[in-house]
Design a protein around this ligand. Structure first.
Ligand code: FAD
Length: 393
């Protein structure tokens, strides 16, 4: 069986690896450079802490186990000379700064605990023991030992390298422009700027551009870009030891609001830079630097970690999250075009959820039991159908 995967970001890389290892002849078609899209312009948090009980949390819990094993698998397979994916199970600390926020955080973490998440309520003093430089001006804190982190671009490269070792061909500078269809309506390949590629199945893993790719293949898919910005400080001795964020971040991820939202998310990299996020804004693919956004992110981060006021910003960067209006990724075959699969719409969790999504894809294609219930991620799920109808009008 031949599979064409559109997009060489972390989603395409994880899918290529999963399918090549299952015996498929895989070609990844990428219009730019490999790992040049959002997967190179993001952070690498592998979070369960920000997911409410439900399908996305189930996917994240499966992913958490997979990443733990993958760290060793990829290192053993690619050898010591390949750059490390910098997997670190550093844990997450979520804090509230208001009394309303404290109540909401305690209720939220209680529902997560009931769904199998490790979530420990801490006193302000105990939170301070975990993060000595954190402000004491907090009203609640919950510690999530399952949260981890990777270096996202290196991880996508590692998955792609592993896929290549399993026989995957990665063709860069190849833009997919349309579908080839058989007389039965089934997709049997794609057309590109450089010619045609026959395939038995086609996987749309084009991240924030997956809506445009779907449309070029003859179907609608309501994936929209959601801009996010991150500030990077100069290197410093480690003073932030976990992923620390304000509880209102969870509300921002689940909001459908197009207007600017910022919430404080702070972490250190292995090299000693501090990454400070983050913003969410639906402004199309507008990538101009907005100093108002930078100012708002910086100001909020200093409230959590006052010492940051003395630190220098080295650079800022941003990317486009693949946003779905019902806040769930799409993983599965498109009933409108047999043979066409979508794996996209992971918004701000596509690094963490990539390998788990690839597991579901593989199971769906091979007709095996899915490691996570796949029904909530189908293209024709009830929460997505109204958006598809709206697009068809
Ligand atoms: C600021 C920010 C912070 C984030 N932090 C996190 C985090 O901490 N943890 C987390 O899990 N997620 C995070 N995310 C989200 C994560 O980055 C994305 O969900 C993920 O990278 C999406 O990966 P992808 O492979 O689906 O898309 P991409 O990496 O964008 O890959 C899609 C590829 O498709 C290619 N393509 C598009 N059109 C075509 C075409 N016609 N033909 C061929 N190729 C095409 C593109 O060139 C691109 O390379 C963050 C995002 C942002 C913006």
């Amino acid at each position: 069986m031949r599979a064409v995967i559109i997009g060489a970001g972390i989603t395409g890389a994880a899918c290529a690896r999963a399918l090549a290892r299952a015996g498929f002849a895989v070609a990844v078609l990428e219009r730019g450079a490999a790992v040049g899209g959002t997967s190179a312009m993001c952070e690498g948090n592998l979070l369960v802490s920000d997911k409410a009980p439900g399908p996305e949390l189930a996917l994240a819990l499966h992913a958490a186990d997979r990443w733990y094993a993958l760290r060793d698998e990829l290192r053993d397979e690619l050898g010591p000379d390949f750059p490390s994916i910098e997997y670190e199970r550093k844990s997450g600390l979520v804090v509230a700064t208001t009394h309303t926020g404290a109540r909401a955080l305690k209720t939220f973490s209680g529902t997560q605990r009931a769904a199998g998440v490790e979530a420990r309520e801490l006193s302000v003093d105990d939170a301070g023991k975990l993060e000595p430089f954190l402000t004491r001006d907090i009203t609640a804190a919950v510690h999530y030992p399952q949260d981890a982190q990777v270096q996202p671009a290196a991880t996508a490269e590692a998955l792609l390298a592993s896929a290549r070792r399993a026989g995957t061909e990665v063709l860069t500078g190849v833009e997919v422009t349309g579908a080839m269809r058989g007389i039965d309506g089934r997709i049997n390949g794609v057309s590109t700027m450089n010619g045609r590629h026959g395939a038995d199945i086609v996987i749309n893993a084009a991240g924030p551009w997956a809506g445009a790719v779907a449309s070029s293949l003859g179907v609608s898919l309501p994936v929209l870009p959601r801009r996010g910005m991150v500030l990077v400080t100069t290197r410093m001795p480690h003073r932030i030891f976990r992923k620390v964020y304000d509880a209102d971040y969870v509300g921002a991820t689940q909001s459908g609001d197009a207007d600017l939202q910022t919430s404080t998310v702070v972490e250190s990299t292995a090299a000693g830079n501090v990454l400070i996020g983050s913003s969410r804004q639906r402004i199309g693919f507008d990538d101009r630097l907005d100093l108002g956004v930078v100012r708002e992110i910086a100001a909020k981060s200093m409230r959590l970690f006052p010492f940051l006021a003395e630190m220098q910003i080295l650079r800022t960067y941003g990317g486009f999250r693949p946003y779905m209006p019902d806040h769930l990724p799409v993983i599965g075959e498109d009933p409108r075009v047999p043979g066409l699969y979508h794996v996209t719409g992971h918004e701000g969790a596509g690094i963490g959820l990539s390998v788990a999504s690839a597991d579901i894809l593989r199971a769906r294609i091979l007709g095996e039991d899915s490691p996570v219930d796949a029904a909530p991620f189908t293209v024709d799920r009830p929460t997505l159908v109204p958006h598809l109808r709206e697009m068809a009008r």
